[in-house]
Design a protein. Structure first.
Length: 292
């Protein structure tokens, strides 16, 4: 049986790396981590439990990283320290200084699971998983911004070129500043290989034209819900094409996805996702998705 491989964003989710938050999150200093006013460590841990139940309920196998009080509050956002390809994992180099120790945790779990490492992004290069979007199996888009830089994009292109994969960089705006989190995945969530939810005003224009050229239909989320949710209305995890998990409380965003044929499940996430600036996609590192 295949144990790893994923060069797409919405095929059936079979295996995923997650880290259940514990003492590191409960004891996190919100000002150091740039967490918002709705942060509440104990409630965040509880809300995470409901999210994990939804992921497990989809049938995906979860490979768990443990929070052993290492102080890495953001490490629950397992989407970011590594990327999966059909040829093995790529260990990334984080743009956020407080997250620099996280890629080691991913390297350890891949070793334990017998998943090969295809390569590593090294300083001065930085890439975070949230900036990476498979537009199709042979095209990886990377947002160039506060977290991922040109040196990282060039390293990624050199690692993937031998496998016939083209890497394209797209400039992101500074938006809410250096401390805040704006990834390419903050402005797009693929829902199926021909459908994506977007916050149109912040999409890099050249990325928008690429999506159009590839025949990907864009569903536009209500702008007021993007503002009210700190962008987290848009961070939607497909567990298979058109079956998605999103944070609760954003009916307009839910409605536009349902109108496009999606089945939507929600969980309460004010203390977890809205406060800590990362949603359902960020809380998961898919390592095996079936090609759709
Ligand atoms: N892929 C993502 O968008 N990840 C969210 C990461 C949030 C975390 N607090 C961070 O600032 O890196």
């Amino acid at each position: 049986m295949k144990r790893y491989g994923s060069q797409e964003m919405s095929g059936k989710l079979m295996r995923v790396v997650m880290r259940r938050p514990g003492p590191s999150l409960r004891n996190a200093d919100p000002s150091a981590w740039h967490y918002g006013p709705t942060f509440d460590g104990a409630r965040a841990v509880q809300q995470y439990g409901h999210f994990a139940d939804l992921v497990a309920g989809s049938g995906a196998e979860i490979l768990w990283l443990e929070d052993r009080d290492d102080g890495l509050a953001d490490a629950m956002f397992t989407h970011d320290p590594s990327l999966m390809t059909d040829y093995g994992a790529i260990i990334l180099n984080m743009g956020k200084p407080l997250r620099q120790r996280e890629p080691e945790l991913h390297e350890e779990i891949y070793a334990k699971a017998g998943i090969p490492i295809l390569g590593r992004i090294e300083a001065p290069g930085t890439i975070e998983g949230g900036d990476c979007v498979w537009v199709d199996r042979a095209t990886l888009a990377i947002g160039r911004g506060v977290r991922s830089n040109q040196a990282g994009i060039e390293q990624m292109a050199a690692l993937l070129a031998p496998h016939g994969i083209t890497v394209l960089g797209f400039d992101l705006p500074l938006w809410q500043g250096e401390e805040a989190c704006l990834h390419l995945m903050s402005v797009i969530s693929p829902l199926a290989d021909d459908l994506a939810l977007v916050h149109a005003p912040l999409l890099p224009a050249t990325f928008y034209f690429l999506l159009k050229e590839k025949g990907i239909r864009l569903v536009v989320a209500p702008e007021e819900e993007f503002a009210a949710s700190n962008g987290l209305n848009l961070n939607v995890l497909p567990t298979s094409p058109r079956k998605v998990i999103m944070v609760e409380g954003f009916p307009g965003t839910r409605a536009v996805m349902e109108a496009a044929g999606c089945e939507v499940k929600t969980f309460a996430a004010d203390a977890l996702c809205i406060a800590c600036e990362g949603g359902p996609t960020c809380l998961t590192r898919p390592i095996l998705r079936l090609a759709s």
